[in-house]
Design a protein around this ligand. Sequence first.
Ligand code: HAM
Length: 423
Amino acid sequence: MTLQPVRGMRDFYPEDMRKREWLFSVWREASLLYGFEPYDAPVVENLDLLKRKAGEEIAEQLYSFKDKSGREIALRAEMTPSLARMIASRQNSIAMPAKWYAIAQCFRYERMTKGRKREHYQWNADILGVDDVSAETEIISLLIFALKKMGFGTEDVVVRINSRKIIEDILRKVGVPSELFSQTMIVIDKKDKIPSEELKRMLGEVPLKGDIPERLLDAVEKCSEGGAREFLGDGENIRQMDDLIENLGDFSEFVSFDVSVVRGLSYYTGIVFEAFGKRAGKRAIAGGGRYASLLEKIGGAPLSGVGFGFGDVVILDVLEESEKIPFTGINLDYYIIPYSKDYLSYAFSIARQIRNKGFSADIDFKCRKVKTALSDGSKKNALFCVMIFPEEHKDGRIKLKNMKTKEEKTLSAAEFFDSSIST
Ligand code: HAM
């Protein structure tokens, strides 16, 4: 029998958990500072909701099964369909705009590569009920704010922004038939990963006729290098991008307009964006965009949303590589060292009183040699060690060691609780 978790899934040992908890705390704090409210949903959803609303690629990766009553259900691969379902089911009573966030475990049966697992946690932040670029501004600002909180600067990360509407304008202009837009976009999305000859071949298979693949790739290149306005003229979609970049203020130094960012999910309708690590691997850290018709598609009233998903896998790798995870080991206030098992019961009573006062305490249950126990206390970053020795215990006293100054003093239990522990 194997002791390994299911392939692609992760165990979190305490040392992994510390890092994860730290990451989640950055996500939570950033969300709250930006005025987002937490929400959650079941990890299983109706297969129909997940399959029809997601991108084609995700639909193929679902962990789906039948429950004992024969219902077709699946583990969620992303949070957005559940969010849309929750909003749609109470659309009349939810105050708009809604700013919601979640940290959700998601499951995708993916081909595993570095940074891609079959299970990951994803921070989601979404704004619903705002049609103009204020929502994109707030969402992208939140993403950049969190990246900055993690210690990243413009030399480490970039948020590439595009608009599906701009790419549609380009496709129209080079003569791609509208019914082939979404397949064409899926190929364009791979631009940075695939050599251009191969891209041309894939575009030919869409099928784009004649010299359209070549002209399309040229146009994408030109527009990415700052020529979009020249190529498309000064239309509404270009102006919207200008407004967004202006609203981002000094955060705009983190963003770059890049027409090759398309994103694989089929529900995006407007601005789309992806955060990338600039160093080793240049991996995608987070991604999101505007979805104007998702709510309607699942049976709700028309309502536009914009949001992102930010996974834990790549960012933890990147943070680790750049040594940006602060030490998050255990931090005890008091470590209690009973001389022998005879003093354990007293140690429990001291620990109970310390904890009742709101300080953390742990006990050396094994009653090891004092030197060993003290070094254990130091490994647990205890501020103080409370030593219960036979001599002092006879007169109801304990020894208190300040682990930083190494100073030791003998105190009655009453003195300890009245003075030391309340300071
Ligand atoms: P997504 O691009 O599919 O978007 O995923 C968002 C992020 O989740 C990725 O950038 C990556 O950090 C992480 N991620 C996705 N799949 C995996 C995986 N197999 N292993 C590790 N990390 C992964 C969405 O899911 C959209 N629902 C985001 C969204 C929210 N759009 C609007 N609101």
